[in-house]
Design a protein around this ligand. Structure first.
Ligand code: FES
Length: 104
């Protein structure tokens, strides 16, 4: 399952909620061809990553209770969450951004 967007539609620093199949996914655009994508809801208590998620260096931080996750594989680095956050694969091909489920 994957969805596609135009790279030129994204602004650096933007985050956007998209659907990958049935799943809500939040995509962060860091500029150039750098994207990160995660489940839209924190695995701790379900806060909305679109509203409370920020990327600081190489970590996604959920500001609800300050859980930190690796931007690369979603593994918990520190904070309240005991569970990792699911990540999604993002590929940029030309002007097209493909977001897909890592597990397929
Ligand atoms: S809901 Fe994200 S850290 Fe608690």
């Amino acid at each position: 399952m994957s969805v596609q967007f135009k790279l030129s539609d994204f602004r650096t620093g933007e985050k956007r909620k998209v659907k990958v199949g049935e799943k809500d996914v939040v995509v962060f655009y860091m500029g150039g061809d750098r994207f990160f994508a995660f489940d839209a809801y924190c695995p701790h208590l379900g806060c909305d990553i679109l509203k409370v998620g920020v990327i600081i260096r190489e970590e996604l931080v959920c500001q609800c209770h300050f859980s930190h996750f690796s931007v690369f594989d979603g593994k918990v680095k520190k904070g309240a969450s005991k569970k990792d956050i699911k990540t999604y694969k993002v590929e940029v091909i030309g002007d097209t951004v493909h977001v897909s489920d890592n597990e397929e």
